[in-house]
Design a protein around this ligand. Structure first.
Ligand code: BGP
Length: 458
């Protein structure tokens, strides 16, 4: 049984929904500038949520969610990356929080979701320690401005995916050295956010929000098991061990050593690492990952070009493979609801903190019928199976406090535009044609409404 206080919600991010890319003083982020396939939708208009937030929030009120996860765009709040705050943006988000409050919806706010101000990227972005100071100034501004309206904060969306799938998410590739400089700066920046939030918003809670997927070994061969341990360390535990325990995961440390990396640790960081701690874990989950030890002669280029698939390779450590026991969705992502239960149990055993599942969902082609309906039974099945896994984990004693599937409305997918839809609410636009941008609840919307009413799936 889920607690009656279980936080039923849904998720969005700013750059994938808002549009208004050049309005009200917003500056470009790395998401606006990165080279995209011109055939697919970009973020200039996205789903026009910046102008339609009232309509969207009213619709979500009818869904009876208790929480909406949104992100705040750094480029709107502090357009120069550092320095002056943009009052137009501050006023806008006060209006957004008021509209949510009117519908009885708690905001859960991600401070930063892949959209670093381009102006900071031009100066080296996360490879520079200066960006940590800029981020700290930015989040202190958020906590001061919105501290009385927001009770759940999330720090940095999926730093692990951002770094491991950099080419796809950011539009450029870090060198190995730069990637782990950026890793360290992101993790220290997050610590600064934990500390600032606890100082400035004593009633609020804050947590990290990595993408956590348990990594399976391809076989019982001890080399494959070790490959899975390495990739678990590099993909999952390096991030959560740093956030929650304030330590560098030992196997990750060993991996860094073998690959010639020294993290740029400053002496004063140690105390911060161990004292600035999260109140909960926010966790995004789409799939599990399976790896084996890469045998000689099967060399490929090092890299993790898509975090969600078997396209993972690092010579001497791990190589992704197709898990023959699992099916795939239309976009080639492996579907593994049982893996969510396992992942939750492992995260619980390692960290003993409340968990919110802050993203989970199915990217699919949806069809709007002539009578304006969307019969997305495949999405209902996906969500039903994953929710059932959450309930089973809770029955095993895991402290899952909320579920905020991706996504509340259709939005522009990170690298596949509008055709790959995740929403509970359909948005009428295509890649190139903005059409009416009208919103239509899908069958999954009505299904989720009932789930919330009954406090779970049977
Ligand atoms: C997560 C991101 C989201 C979202 C989701 C689906 O990694 O936090 O922003 O996009 O993945 O990914 P995609 O849009 O590539 O299908």
């Amino acid at each position: 049984m889920l607690s009656p206080n279980f936080l039923w919600g849904a998720s969005l991010s700013a750059h994938q929904t808002e549009g208004a890319a050049n309005e009200d003083g917003k500056s470009p982020s790395v998401q606006d500038t990165r080279l995209r396939n011109p055939q697919i939708a970009d973020f200039t208009v996205a789903i026009d949520h910046y102008h339609r937030y009232l309509e969207d929030i009213k619709l979500l009120g009818q869904l009876h969610i208790k929480a909406l996860r949104i992100s705040l765009p750094w480029t709107r709040i502090i357009p120069d990356g550092r320095g002056a705050t943009n009052q137009l943006a501050i006023q806008h988000y006060h209006r957004v929080f008021a509209a949510l409050n009117e519908q009885g919806i708690e905001p859960m706010v991600t401070t930063y979701h892949f959209d670093l101000p381009q102006i900071l990227q031009d100066q080296g972005g996360w490879t520079k320690r200066q960006t940590v100071a800029d981020y700290e100034h930015y989040v202190r501004t958020l906590f001061q401005e919105f501290g009385s309206e927001v009770h759940y904060w999330l720090t940095i969306n999926e730093p692990n995916v951002m770094l491991l799938a950099d080419q796809k998410i950011l539009g450029f590739t870090y060198t190995h050295q730069e990637r782990y400089q950026a890793f360290y700066n992101l993790m220290i920046a997050e610590k600064k956010a934990f500390k600032a939030c606890h100082e400035l918003c004593p009633d609020a809670k804050i947590g990290p929000v990595p993408n956590i997927s348990y990594v399976y070994p391809g076989s019982a061969n001890p080399q494959d098991v070790r490959a899975a341990e390495y990739f678990n360390a590099v993909r999952n535990w390096a991030y959560l061990d740093f956030s929650v325990h304030g330590i560098i995961n030992p196997l990750f440390q060993n991996y860094l050593h073998q690959t010639g990396i020294n993290l740029p640790i400053q002496p004063s960081d140690r105390a911060l690492m161990q004292t600035a701690l999260p109140d909960f874990i926010g966790m995004n989950y789409y799939t599990s990952v399976t790896v084996e030890y890469p045998q000689k002669g099967k060399n490929r280029t090092n890299g993790v070009s898509d975090q969600q698939s078997e396209d993972v390779y690092e010579q001497g450590f791990y190589k992704g493979l197709t898990n023959p026991y699992l099916s795939k969705n239309e976009f080639n992502w492996t579907v593994d609801p049982l893996g969510l239960q396992t992942t939750l149990e492992v995260v619980n055993d390692r960290y003993h903190l409340p968990i919110y599942v802050t993203e989970n969902g199915l990217g699919a082609y949806d069809e709007l019928t002539a009578d304006r309906q969307i019969h997305d039974d495949y999405r209902i099945k996906y969500l039903q199976e994953h929710l059932s896994s959450i309930q089973k984990a809770v029955a095993c004693g895991v402290d899952v406090r909320g579920y905020l599937p991706w996504s509340a409305l259709d939005l522009v997918s990170v690298h596949e535009g509008m055709k790959k839809r995740y929403g509970l609410i359909y948005v009428d636009r295509s890649e190139q044609d903005l059409k009416t941008l009208a919103r239509y609840p899908k069958d999954s919307f009505y299904w989720y409404q009932q789930v919330i009413k009954r406090n779970g799936v049977s």
